[in-house]
Design a protein around this ligand. Sequence first.
Ligand code: 13P
Ligand code: SF4
Length: 300
Amino acid sequence: MTNLDIIDKIKSLAKEKDAVILAHNYTRPEIQDLADFVGDSLELSRTASKLSSRAILFCGVYFMAETAYILSPDKTVLIPDPYAGCPMADMITGEQLRRLKGEYPGAKVVCYVNSTAEVKAESDICCTSANAVDIVNKIDSNDIIFVPDKNLGSYVSKMTGKRLILWQGYCPIHAMIKPEDIIRIKQEHPSAKVVVHPECSEDVIALADAVRSTSGMLRYVRETDGKEFIIGTESGILYRMKKENPEKQFFPVRRDTICVNMKKITLEKVLNSLEKEEYKVTVPEDIRIRALKAIERMLT
Ligand code: 13P
Ligand code: SF4
């Protein structure tokens, strides 16, 4: 079967099964082209909470599909590959967070959406990279625990002026980007604007013109004058940037910043997922109810 045949089959099956296909900005180009909606974590959560379809087929990593299920437990939520995980989300467990909370009684807990349902259930409020600064700004407490991303946490701390108790998790893909990479590529393209994701380290962020979520980056390059942009995040974002701005030029800080988990979602697996209605993503009801509160506080 050619890719075009697979795409045709996916589209007719999705219609027949009343499934909406959501995809993250880092997924493969053919998956982004196929999806009904492509976005960052916040946009995908908002979209998932409003859909009226019977099923959601989530092209992204596991915690994203889990979030969709937490918001819409009446829907069948499918992920084409159940092993498409996020290593950062697995850097803290519910038990570890409970212990940390024990050390800081009364502290409010903010968890990055890149976390398991169990960690969300232990948190007061969720955030994504798009709204983390606003969320922390609104919290009225002297003690704020921020998990699991130390880099997003230290960026938020700087932007809000609040001291945060940080878990030492990080994204291994963004951790590949070093200040010397930015310095080198800036020398090659001196007039380019540098935009990076807040999962990058503090010393990388210090060299950037702008810090944005993935969809924030897309808006930034669209709305900013200038023809050249240096992009510090997972390479999958470049496809949409080039497609939406054919007159501009984009240079990845590094070419090897590839999230293998995002790339596990292929056309063949999407087709299989729809045909067999696998792999169904669910969350135990007691955890879902508590995680939902943290997500709803973020969305309202
Ligand atoms: P965004 O919410 O910015 O799309 O980020 C998700 C992610 O996993 C970044 O590594
Ligand atoms: Fe997780 Fe990093 Fe991949 Fe995003 S890019 S899904 S944070 S491993």
